[in-house]
Ligand binder design. Structure first.
Ligand code: GLV
Ligand code: GLV
Length: 323
């Protein structure tokens, strides 16, 4: 008898092909580009042996209970896993697959693009061209901040943080600071200095947040954090929105306490179109597209399917989360 798998969204065909070719599971797909309603998720997982989900699906006790004792594996199409109740998942002996490494380059590239777009005010410039605000070449107009000679601080120098740092250094960055749980030997190749968070915040011209969301990092970027930043510094976050206290960020941007912010992640997602942050010219918000290249999403889809199959069949998963 085929095992049941619930897939919470349309995903790139690469993964779907792998699942059907394996011939071990019957796939129930929420056949839409929009999120599965909670009630449909709770129905869809009933009796499932495998769950293929996204970072926007909250996988909590209620979902695990709804799935029941068959559930062997949860495979998420993401590197982040803060949307899953890992303690409960562990208690039930369920294995978890995720997608590290394959999205590192795409996400680092997007973060660099966001940093440059924010620091050099690209969205404002594009807007001015369209709305007639471009009246002449003006010496004092649309000036921003450059990387050359700057100090960059990366909070969370993991796989993605390191890939961001590697891409930024050739722009002429003078000093690389990083903060996090521990010293990273690989930072030596970039002369990265492990410093206390406070030091990183007060000395950096660009702050890039690339840490995972945990109880320790939740709300880490708050009023005290922004007050400690230089008035000329640019803040960029491509990790998880909840690392930032958005009211405090709004105040810091509005008052000129910091120069600008670029966010690929927010709370909530999507950010309501009437959100105060969207009224600020010095805030660039993207809709969580760090890993969004055709190629990367295809590879993520395939990896997510292979992780799922490994979990279903009790064999190796190419990227199993150990927790
Ligand atoms: C994106 O945020 C991911 O976790 O893959
Ligand atoms: C800019 O275009 C310059 O020529 O300085």
């Amino acid at each position: 008898k085929l095992m049941k798998v619930f897939v919470t969204r349309r995903i790139p065909q690469e993964g779907m092909k792998i699942l059907s070719a394996a011939g071990v599971c019957e796939v129930c797909l929420w056949d839409s580009d929009e999120p599965v309603p909670r009630s449909e998720l709770l129905k869809g997982v009933q009796g499932a042996h495998g769950l293929l989900c996204l970072l926007s699906d909250k996988i909590d006790v209620e979902v695990l209970d709804a799935a029941g004792p068959n559930l062997k594996v949860i495979s998420t199409l993401s590197v982040g896993f803060d949307h899953m109740a890992l303690d409960e998942i562990k208690k039930r002996g369920i294995r978890v697959g995720y997608t590290p490494d394959v999205l590192t380059d795409a996400t680092a590239e997007l973060t660099v693009a966001l940093l440059l777009a924010t620091a050099r005010r690209l969205p404002e410039g594009v807007e001015e061209v369209k709305n007639g605000g471009w009246s002449s070449w003006k010496p004092l107009w649309l000036c921003g901040y450059g990387l050359s000679g700057s100090t960059v601080g990366v909070i969370g120098l993991g796989r993605i943080g390191m890939a961001i740092a590697r891409r930024l250094m050739p722009f002429g960055v003078k000093r690389l600071l990083y903060a996090g749980r521990r010293v990273k030997p690989e930072a030596a190749e970039l002369n990265g200095e492990f410093v206390p968070l406070d030091t990183l915040v007060s000395e950096s011209d660009f702050i890039v947040v690339s840490c995972s969301l945990t109880p320790e990092t939740q709300g880490m970027c708050d009023k005290a954090f922004f007050s400690n930043m230089k008035n000329t510094a640019v803040f960029v976050n491509s990790s998880r929105g909840a690392v930032v206290n958005q009211e405090d960020l709004y105040e810091a941007l509005k008052s000129g306490q910091i120069a600008a912010a670029g966010l690929d992640v927010t709370t909530p997602e999507p950010l309501p179109t009437n959100h105060p942050l969207l009224t600020l010219k010095n805030c660039v918000v993207l809709p969580h597209i760090g890993s969004a290249t055709y190629s990367t999403r295809g590879i993520m889809s395939a990896l997510t399917a292979r992780n799922l199959l490994g979990g279903l069949q009790g064999t190796d998963m190419p990227s199993e989360l150990t927790f």
